[in-house]
Design a protein around this ligand. Structure first.
Ligand SMILES: Cc1ncc(COP(=O)(O)O)c(C=O)c1O
Ligand SMILES: N[C@@H](CCOP(=O)(O)O)C(=O)O
Length: 519
């Protein structure tokens, strides 16, 4: 195994929590800036002590620092939700997606080793890495490296410094539509390829990079996709010079999503089926050919995605929200959020867990139906067309992970009709956001739970926005043009055609301004 770096600074100062103090941040940072001042001039930042030489890049710098660092942590694959005495496990360097019994796998960390450091230590360490360009900790994912892939060499990491996404205070939306004052939107879609998939893909492609250096038989990396997984996969593979192969359901993803893997040089198959059909095919193909599977069936992905949960806590200064609402499709992400929160709780960074809500489109709602049956009867469904096209999934591979997560945090499942999700998206946009339809699904769940009183007016609530609205402009055009069959499009704001004539423009403007006097 390669050793891993533990801290950013050249001389790691790791103290177990039994020693009753932590190193101060000034010791830990390689780039702490100190200020001097006198009466005549403004304070000047002093030059950082540990600057790189001009001919050394950040990867070289990490490499130089590597030898002095100790790796205390490790992780392995185990069967998902296995009994504590289960002997089955696999190294992360093995190519394996399923347990011996055919069930899902999970990445299990050596929690005893992580527990040698107290919650304050981890909070402090993670906080110290935010906003830096130190390789690889400038990434929101790799700033939590010890909890993600502790053993990977920083040299093998493929990162776009993803994560650290904006946690937006939805002040006006909360006040105007919900009477809420503590509503937040975690904009995971404001990211390298425009969705939360970057968080998981940096981990998976980094591990593939490592496997290829170890001469393991990985010729390329493949996925089935509703658009976002393929965009992330092709970008990270292109950055690392690794071939990517993507299976897309023909005519079922947005143009913006289709053009992403094309532009990044992936081998793109447009297949005459739906996502579930593509998923079945890629599973068959990856069991025959040396193509590594990049869908979230591969539990490595979720290790990266879980860092969004840790980041939310960090952004609240380690205060736990009451609710976190996540749109669900293949259902890896709801478990990833659960796992992120759970690790923070178990390792003493926070004292409790939030309640999770998984939101599905009513046109593709197998989890919702299962929840409504009292978790008695799971049936995959034929997913119908939805504007939330990235979650048009009827047979989610992570169903067991999702159910486990929701049961263990007193979670809830909600659904959104097409009209509800499109109205919610338009309402959110009218308050200054520009969200995707999937976020509209999550907002609909919030509206319903708020209206029924389950979520209270002062509950600290986070809605996870999973993709950038710019990937889904056609749905917004259809809505604002009032061109959707059987939909009232109540919040449509179509452009007003007007003659190129001063009088005509003035008439239109006066009419508009008449209704806009400040109240
Ligand atoms: C934009 C977007 N939102 C939500 C989801 C749902 O995530 P998951 O499949 O992990 O449930 C996906 C992908 O499925 C997605 O692309
Ligand atoms: N929305 C996803 C669907 C596949 O999900 P995955 O997390 O299992 O890769 C996509 O964008 O393809």
């Amino acid at each position: 195994m390669a050793s891993c770096s533990l801290l950013v600074n050249p001389k790691p100062k790791i103290r177990p929590f039994t020693q009753n103090h932590l190193p101060s941040l000034a010791h830990r940072h390689p780039t702490v800036i100190s200020c001097t001042s006198n009466n005549h001039s403004p304070p000047l930042p002093s030059v950082s002590k540990n600057r790189r030489a001009a001919d050394e890049n950040i990867r070289d710098e990490a490499r130089r620092n590597r030898s002095s660092k100790i790796n205390t942590f490790s992780a392995k694959y185990v069967p998902f939700n296995a009994a504590p005495d289960s002997p089955e496990f696999y190294s992360l360097d093995e190519i394996v997606y399923r347990s011996r019994s055919g069930g899902l796998l999970d990445v299990q960390h050596d929690m005893e080793a992580l527990k040698k450091f107290d919650g304050a230590y981890w909070r402090d360490l993670f906080d110290s890495r935010v906003g830096k360009t130190t390789w690889p900790y400038g990434s929101g994912v790799w700033s939590k490296k010890e909890w993600v892939l502790p053993e990977i060499d920083p040299d093998d990491i493929v990162s776009a410094f993803e994560g650290n996404s904006n946690l937006f205070w939805a002040e006006r939306f909360g006040k105007q539509f919900l009477g809420m004052n503590d509503l937040w939107v975690k904009h995971c879609g404001i990211s390298h390829t425009g969705s939360f998939k970057d968080l998981g893909m940096t981990v998976l492609v980094s591990q593939v990079n490592r496997l290829r250096k170890m001469k393991r038989p990985v010729v390329g990396v493949g996925c089935a996709s509703t658009g976002d997984t393929s965009a992330a996969l092709s970008a990270y593979c292109a950055a690392a010079g690794i071939p990517s192969i993507v299976f897309l359901p023909a005519n079922k993803i947005s143009i913006a999503q289709l053009v992403q893997p094309i532009a990044n040089g992936a081998f793109v198959l447009s297949i005459d089926t739906d996502f579930d059909g593509c998923m079945k095919l890629i599973r068959e193909v990856t069991s025959e050919l040396p193509i590594y599977l990049a869908n979230s069936l591969n539990s490595l992905r979720l290790e990266g995605q879980k860092t969004a949960a840790i980041e939310i806590l960090q952004q609240f200064d380690w205060e736990v929200p009451d609710w976190v609402i996540v749109p669900g499709g293949n259902l890896g992400n709801i478990y990833a959020f659960y796992k992120g929160f759970k690790m923070c709780h178990e390792l003493g960074l926070v004292k409790r867990m939030p309640r999770l809500v998984c939101a599905q489109a009513a046109n593709a709602n197998p989890l919702y139906l299962y929840y409504k049956s009292g978790w008695k009867d799971f049936q995959p469904v034929k997913a119908n067309t939805t504007f939330a096209s990235a979650i048009q999934i009827g047979d989610p591979v992570s169903i067991d992970r999702a159910v486990y997560a929701l049961k263990n945090c007193n979670g809830i499942v909600e659904e959104a009709t097409e009209e509800e999700l499109m109205d919610a998206m338009a309402q959110a946009d009218s308050t200054g956001m520009f969200i995707c339809p999937h976020t509209g699904v999550a907002l609909t769940a919030l509206i319903k739970l708020r209206n029924s009183g389950v979520i209270g007016p002062t509950d600290k609530t986070v809605v996870v926005s999973t993709a950038h609205g710019l990937k889904f402009t056609q749905s917004k055009i259809d809505y604002h043009s009032n061109e959707i069959k059987d939909m009232a499009c109540r919040f449509a704001n179509p452009p007003v055609p007007v003659k190129a004539d001063y009088g005509a423009v003035m008439d239109v403007l006066k009419n508009y301004l008449g209704g806009k006097a400040p109240k």
